[in-house]
Design a protein around this ligand. Structure first.
Ligand code: GDP
Length: 482
């Protein structure tokens, strides 16, 4: 129900300087007034006795204070339990009057100390005073239902929150700002022009209107197809930017795998997360190279073993290896190639691989020609990891691989959302079908159906022509309080 007032803790439930309880709906201001005792210019000289008779103070003053809470002003004060009189926390509160708020409804945000205790107490007090606990993503859903954001913009909000690298963030921000929406609107605009043209020619064939030619139709539909296909193609890069490039490092013991992980991690310590598995053999790290999120796995030893724990590790290594977007194969410049290297070379045949010949500060013993012969498609990069030689080049290679030497995030528009990609695929098919009909000179009535289908499909990206259950699914992915 949209007319209910909802509330939730909007900040994450860890330790923090401040935490925020957010309220949205018609009752938001009323609820705040019931529980908030704030500094009031007109009552400056009156000391509010906080130890005795707080309830009385609150009720006495609340009427005179009612008009005082101005929109968009951060107000200092205290939250009291209006049932028991207990002081709950010292806070700052802000009231944003709809439609000039996140949800386009009246919104109140109470900034308290970032303690779970305070946040929970304030939330439960707000609920006791008539609000209902918000569902996941319900604030953003209301922003969508109230027309402040379209569906693709609302979806960008969750991507922004989850972004782990600056490029991912930039792409999501572009989507929130309406970049994708505008593009979809443009394409739909072109489809409307085509539809109008077709309809007029069907309905008024004898009138004095410009007769539609199949040549023009072909040109217009091809332009639309091109736009849709460009968006579809951006998805590969978009997916990597969103989910991360899966990189698997492989090589014999002692070639420099850990050194490489450390060298890459050194660049971007901030977003590193260790995933301490049960394993001794796989270490997975999330890092960011030139703004590209990367999930990197050191597949230390994919080998046969009877040790149970080690087996689990090796299974994980294999999984990581099998699902990797890129394999970095490290060799030791100062050693001859041996059976274990050839085994790995066999394993990475046909995969997207980058060969690092490490320890180039030491005398060359390795046979580079043999590697080129056995891995003709792989790129070979000579490095000395512990001497920090070649790391920049490696990062450049990774970057080039992700962007395929094409647009960079932030510069170009990118589709990152699977739902959007699936719709674009279907819309692309509909336009392709209509193109076939134009080419074979089918009647306009048949064409109209496919063009219309493409128009409707694209509308569901921005939420114009979308079923309620899809909307529910989209917002169910959100966290609470957003
Ligand atoms: P891993 O077993 O493959 O993870 O290999 P490590 O990263 O532990 O490296 C093994 C040894 O090689 C360590 O002593 C590193 O300091 C050394 N090492 C790594 N890179 C280089 C390099 O470029 N030159 C030289 N000379 N030694 C290196």
């Amino acid at each position: 129900m949209r007319d209910e007032t909802i509330a939730a803790i909007a900040t994450s439930l860890g330790e923090g300087g401040i935490g925020i309880v957010r309220i949205s709906g018609d009752e938001a201001l009323n609820i705040l007034e019931k529980i908030f005792d704030y500094f009031n210019k007109d009552l400056k000289n009156k000391t509010v006795d906080k130890s005795v008779d707080k309830l009385d103070n609150l009720s006495k003053d609340s009427m005179s204070r009612k008009a005082e809470i101005q929109a968009n002003k951060l107000i200092y004060g205290h939250i009291y339990d209006n049932f028991t009189g207990e002081l709950i926390d010292e806070v700052m509160a802000v009231y944003m009057k709809g439609p000039h708020s996140y949800t386009a409804e009246d919104v109140v945000e109470i900034q308290c100390h970032g303690s779970i205790v305070s946040l929970k107490k304030i939330l439960s007090l707000v609920l006791k005073n008539g609000a209902r606990l918000a569902e996941n993503g319900e604030f953003t859903k209301r922003a969508f239902l109230n027309g402040r954001l379209d569906l693709s913009q609302a979806e960008a909000v969750i991507d922004l929150i989850r972004a782990k690298s600056d490029r991912t963030f930039t792409v999501a921000l572009g989507q929130l700002e309406g970049k994708l929406s505008k593009k979809i609107k443009d394409i739909r605009g072109k489809l409307v022009d085509i539809l109008v043209n077709i309809t007029v020619n069907i309905d008024y064939p004898d009138e004095d209107i410009e007769e539609i030619t199949y040549d023009k139709l072909l040109k217009d539909l091809e332009a639309v197809k091109f736009s849709i296909d460009s968006l579809r193609e951006s998805f590969q890069t978009g997916r990597i930017l969103k989910e991360g490039l899966r990189v698997s490092i492989i090589g014999k013991p002692n070639v420099g795998k850990s050194s490489l992980m450390n060298a890459l991690l050194k660049e971007e310590r901030a977003i590193v997360t260790d995933i301490p598995g049960t394993t001794r053999d796989t270490i997975e790290e999330s890092l960011s190279v030139r703004g590209i999120p990367i999930i990197i796995t050191d597949t230390a030893g994919i080998r046969e073993t009877d040790d149970v724990i080690e087996k689990i590790g090796i299974e994980k290594s294999k999984e990581a290896f099998n699902s990797a977007d890129l394999i970095i194969f490290i060799l030791d410049n100062s050693k001859t190639l041996e059976e274990a290297d050839f085994d790995i070379i066999e394993k990475i045949q046909g995969r997207n691989a980058l060969v690092l010949v490490n320890k180039t500060d030491l005398e060359r013993v390795i046979d580079l020609k043999e590697i080129e012969k056995r891995l003709p498609k792989a790129e070979i990069l000579e490095v000395a990891i512990s001497k920090e030689v070649g790391i920049k080049e490696l990062e450049e290679k990774i970057e080039a691989l992700v962007y395929g030497c094409k647009v960079k995030a932030g510069e170009g528009l990118m589709v990152t959302n699977v739902r959007h990609k699936e719709i674009l695929d279907l819309a692309g098919e509909a336009v392709a079908d209509s193109l076939v009909m134009v080419q074979s000179g089918e009647a306009l009535e048949f064409l109209e159906i496919d063009v219309n289908r493409a128009y409707e499909l694209l509308g569901s990206i921005v939420g114009e022509t979308v079923e309620g259950d899809i909307i529910d699914q989209v917002f169910a992915r959100f966290c609470l309080g957003k």
